[in-house]
Design a protein around this ligand. Structure first.
Ligand code: NAD
Length: 348
């Protein structure tokens, strides 16, 4: 589709586009919805075969952000920036491009705020930040602990749904990916009395933490075959697919990884196997709440914590609705987000 067709056929609000003459890159800032508040979404930067592909990514990801915020009823809107490179850049070119991107965001005067995404780690958001107040980089802090608190809250909702009470004492949780989220999540779960099985392709990461917490280690290729109550994907996306779902020996999935389902059909596959699925965009929203809450919205630490812990109630309601309708919680979560957006539109 051409840029013209992509913009005409989109149900979002507007797209800011800028051609960066010095590098030949296109910058697209797609604003999908301001119904709940000012849009916040990361900046993705990579080489695309054509700028149209970058625009399509920006539109799709901005829509995802709308549903992420609406799913947890958080007062932010859906937006995303994509820097579509036509060729790889050296460090100096890249930094100057990111500075110009920051200047563009600053001109929007708060209509869009950004953070890290693929190709733009927190250290590069700090480069964007040289020219704008509307970016959350390294200096804003590490979102991992907040994300892990949200996943813990999700695990409590899962336990309440499966076992009738939210306590995690004696429940077995397998954590796939012992990184920025997996480490604090393991510590929180150990403190809550859960039995842990840790798995990482970097075996020493799992082994070292397992020794500290008295947990078991599971080889990365065995993670799906290992019996557990909750499987917590905290590594990469696309891990739930026809093959892995057939192998799973858990009662529920609740983790931090983005885009855990390879396709929407995988939600049906989990449902058919009676495996409770905590939709990823709700379960991993803790980090998304934490940094903007503190940095952009003036919330106190206590307010941020309370907001993240409310993921437990949100998921409990989603699970209830899904149980009533005998459907995947993914559908209940999407409907809930739709209702929040309608309310947001009516309130304005
Ligand atoms: P990270 O890079 O710090 O850690 C990921 C870990 O997973 C690494 O230790 C890596 O060795 C391991 N890993 C990679 N592939 C694996 C595999 N196939 N099997 C087992 N282990 C594997 O990443 P992170 O920041 O902890 O994020 C983890 C996931 O959660 C990502 O999908 C990320 O997009 C998502 N997420 C993170 C945050 C956050 O606050 N960091 C917020 C929302 C979502």
């Amino acid at each position: 589709m051409s840029i013209d067709e992509l913009i005409r056929s989109w149900d979002g609000e507007f797209v800011v586009s800028s051609f960066d003459r010095a590098t030949g890159a296109w910058i697209f800032i797609a604003i999908h919805s301001t119904r709940l508040g000012q849009p916040l979404g990361g900046t993705r930067m990579k080489v695309y075969d054509a700028p149209e592909e970058g625009l399509r990514d920006a539109q799709r990801l901005a829509e995802g952000m709308t549903y992420k915020w609406a799913g947890i009823d958080f007062p932010l809107g859906g937006g995303k920036a994509v820097i579509a490179l036509s060729r790889p850049l050296d460090e100096g070119e890249r930094d100057r491009l990111l500075e110009r991107h920051g200047a563009l965001i600053e001109k929007l005067g708060g209509a869009f705020s950004t953070g890290a995404d693929l190709g733009v780690g927190p250290e590069l958001v700090d480069v964007i930040r040289r020219n704008t107040r509307y970016a959350l980089g390294h200096s804003a802090g590490d979102p991992g602990p907040y994300t892990s608190l949200g996943v813990l809250s999700g695990c409590r909702a899962v336990a309440a749904e499966l076992f009738g009470k939210p306590g995690l004492t004696g429940r077995t949780v397998l954590i796939q990916g012992i990184g920025d989220v997996g480490v604090p999540l393991s510590r929180r779960l150990a403190q809550a009395g859960a039995k842990l099985k840790l798995s990482d392709i970097e075996v020493t990461r799992a082994r070292d933490l397992a020794a500290e917490l008295g947990a078991a280690v599971v080889a990365a290729e065995r993670a799906y075959d290992e019996p557990c109550d909750i499987f917590a994907p905290c590594a990469v996306g696309g891990v739930l697919n026809a093959d892995s779902i057939a192998r799973l020996r858990c009662k529920a999935v609740c983790g931090a990884a983005n885009n855990q389902l390879e396709s929407d059909e995988d939600a049906e596959r989990l449902h058919a196997r009676h495996i409770l699925y905590a939709p990823d965009f709700i379960a991993n929203a803790g980090g998304a709440i934490g940094l903007p809450g503190l940095e952009l919205m003036g919330m106190s630490e206590e307010e941020v914590i309370a907001s993240i812990e409310s993921i437990e109630r949100t998921l409990a309601e989603i699970f209830q609705e899904a149980r009533r309708n005998d459907e995947s919680p993914l559908h209940a979560a999407m409907r809930r987000a739709g209702r929040v957006l309608e309310r947001g539109a009516a309130a304005r």
